[in-house]
Each structure stands twice: as C-alpha cells, then as structure tokens.
Design a protein around this ligand. Sequence first.
Ligand code: SAH
Ligand code: DHB
Ligand code: MG
Length: 225
Amino acid sequence: MAETENIGALLARIDNYIQERFAPQDEALEAAVRESRRAGLPEIQVSPNEAKLLQLLAQMVGARRILEVGTLGGYSAIHFGRALPEDGALISLEIGERHAEVARENVERAGLSHKVEIRVGDARELLAEIAANGEGPFDLVFIDADKEGYPEYVKWALRLTRPGSLILGDNTVRGGGILDPQDASARATNEFNDTIAGDPRLSAIVLPILRERIDGLTIALVREG
Ligand code: SAH
Ligand code: DHB
Ligand code: MG
C-alpha cells in the first residue's frame, strides 16, 4: 500500500511512473548514459525527469543561447541541445578532459554537435573569459558543477543574463542536507539559495526533485525592469 511502504521505494515508484509517461529514453540518451558509465564517469547526471524539466524550461523561455556549468557526459547538454532552435547555441563548461571527451561523443551521436560547444577548464576562469569576451547575454544558465563554486557561479550568472533569463541550480536540497549544513558543499549550496532568495533582481523558488532521495532544482527568473 502506497502510504505504508518505505518512503524511498515510494519516491522511486512515483519517479518511474512519471518517467514512463513523460520522459521515455531514446537511443541517444541511453547511449549517453551507457558510454559515460563505460568510461568510468560518476553517475551523477540529472535524472530523466529532471532533464525533461530542464528541456521544457529552456523551451518555455524560447532560449537561443544557453550556458551550462558542469557537463559531465553531456546528458543534460543533449536535452538543452534539443530545446534549442537550429541556430541556437549551448556553451557547456567542464573541468575534466575525459568528461568533456565523452560528452562530445555523446553529443555527436545525438546529432547536436552544431549547437553544443564544450569548453574545458575551471568554470571560474572560463566564466571570466566569457564575460570579458562579451559572449553574453544567455537566456538560460544552468549551474551543476562543484557545489563549493555555486556562490561564485551565481554572480557570473547574474552578469551574463538579461531580464527574462532563467538561472537554474541543481542539487539545492540534497536530501535535506541544506536544513542543517554539515560540510562546505552544503554550506555553499545554502549560501547560493540565500543569495538568490534575497536578490531583488530575481524571482525564484526551489522545486523539490524526486530521486531515491529528495533533491532540488533552484529556478530563478531575472526580473524585467
Ligand atoms: N550537468 C551534468 C552533470 C554535471 S556533474 C548532467 O546532468 O548531465 C558535475 C560536473 O562538474 C562534473 O563533470 C565535474 O567534473 C564538473 N566540475 C567540477 N568542478 C568544476 C569546475 N570548477 N569547473 C568546471 N567543471 C567542474
Ligand atoms: C551528486 C549529484 C549531482 O547531480 C551532482 O551535480 C553532484 C553530485 C551526488 O548525488 O553526489
Ligand atoms: Mg547535479
């Protein structure tokens, strides 16, 4: 019975129910996950349901230029690539050479190489370059790299967006770890959420995300005017 079963099992069943109906995995997505695993990358990509949500959010704001911080094997990047128009662009930043290589192959297999550029380096430096080169504004910025960097990444995101843009942050609930932060990464995640909540330029919410445990996606809209 749903009400009495183990909470983790119930969350997984609900997540699966949604995925079966709304986020079926095609060959390119399955291959991206499989090849990332084969290459030994950590399996920390967004879930199929969250990925579909990211794709929808990008479509809802009509995103033409997207910036991603933290590529891994390109699973979320493929979703952003699919949300973009043919002449749209995703720039995705990744510190790991091997991660970027695997991601480029996965993106190529998905037929999205013409829209997706993966840059290798520390996001702190790459973001400064992007700003210095005047490559903004972006219609959507997705932050999903090292959690300690989130407070700095959100500052860049604010500089690299315009009114109407979305700034998104993954892993901002962490099974409740943000309620009583015990380590540097939980503290940084908390600081990220507090910064966004307190910034008058933004209107935002944290959306709880079901996985085996509950995580969250921070969704912030850069206000008009
Ligand atoms: N967005 C991906 C998951 C990203 S996992 C998806 O859902 O498919 C986080 C990634 O951030 C890892 O690949 C990690 O190597 C990268 N990363 C960690 N620190 C970084 C940094 N300082 N700059 C750029 N990338 C970083
Ligand atoms: C984990 C999950 C993530 O989505 C991420 O970006 C980093 C770590 C994790 O489950 O450990
Ligand atoms: Mg994440």
